[in-house]
Design a binder for this molecule. Structure first.
Ligand SMILES: C[S@@+](CC[C@H](N)C(=O)[O-])C[C@H]1O[C@@H](n2cnc3c(N)ncnc32)[C@H](O)[C@@H]1O
Length: 242
């Protein structure tokens, strides 16, 4: 968390829920640069925050049963951890996965992950620094094979173009693959401006090549005596009718 304000954990850059096709706008580039600077600043202290660790633990605890229910039996998924940061969730995914591609725009967050990879001798985690919406990044060989699982833990509400991101997700998923996101659930009073409503998520999925599996409360996150709802959205690639 940033300081003592829980909203600043997954916080502040409110996703625009209107997609802008074509080349990135100047507004998009500025938002991305600000985000990189913000997350690079937070990198050194991120792992020592109990809240960041707890969030990753809780997210993972909701993921395990889902994978059993939704992924083909006996298949070790090829995973994309989007906005992997220092790898708090990435590390938990490792025993289940064939390979985890950990992408993030903040090089300092990935530097922390890189140090852990070296210490632990993890060979299945492949860090990538860059913007997934950038065609040059996506044309790298590592993005040519599809992913069975794409996760985004506390990332989507920071994205300057969430719909465009979902469109890319739908292209990167294997036919049986699933996408899972966790973000603050916006409450009725709209106090948590950086969160999503269930309807926003459902609409964004269906407008961007994804089919909702379920969108609802994922877990309750306790912070300084307050209970904050975390939304979990799960979607599949929308397959064309045969
Ligand atoms: C709240 S942290 C979550 C990190 C990690 N998922 C975890 O569970 O600890 C948000 C992360 O999203 C990354 N991020 C923000 N915007 C991004 C973007 N457009 N593309 C990739 N990563 C992004 C940040 O750099 C940061 O590492």
């Amino acid at each position: 968390m940033r300081g003592t304000d829980a909203r600043c954990f997954p916080l502040a850059l409110v996703a625009t829920v209107t997609s802008k096709p074509g080349a990135p706008t100047q507004e998009y580039e500025v938002a991305l640069k600000e985000s990189i600077a913000t997350w690079n600043e937070r990198a050194a202290g991120w792992d020592s925050q109990k809240e960041a660790q707890t969030y990753a633990e809780q997210a993972f605890s909701t993921l395990e049963p889902l994978l059993i229910a939704e992924l083909p039996v006996g298949v070790r998924p090829r995973v994309l951890d989007f906005g992997a940061g220092t790898g708090l969730l990435t590390a938990k995914l490792l025993p289940l996965a064939k390979e985890v591609v950990a992408i993030d725009i903040a090089d300092q967050m990935l530097k922390v992950l890189g140090e852990r990879i070296e210490q632990e001798g993890w060979t299945k985690i492949k860090p990538v620094c860059g913007d997934l919406l950038d065609q040059a990044i996506r044309s790298q060989p590592i993005f040519q094979a599809p992913f069975d699982l794409i996760v985004a833990s506390s990332v989507c509400s920071f994205l300057p173009d969430y719909p465009a991101f979902l469109d890319v997700v739908s292209k990167l998923l294997s036919p049986q693959g699933i996408f899972v996101q966790w973000d603050w659930l916006a409450n009725e009073a709209g106090d948590w401006a950086s969160g999503f409503s269930l309807e926003q998520i459902e609409n964004a999925y269906s407008a961007n090549g994804l089919q909702s599996v379920r969108v609802g409360k994922g877990f309750v996150f306790e912070f300084q005596g307050k209970e904050l709802d975390v939304l979990m959205g799960v979607a599949r690639k929308l397959l064309a009718d045969c």
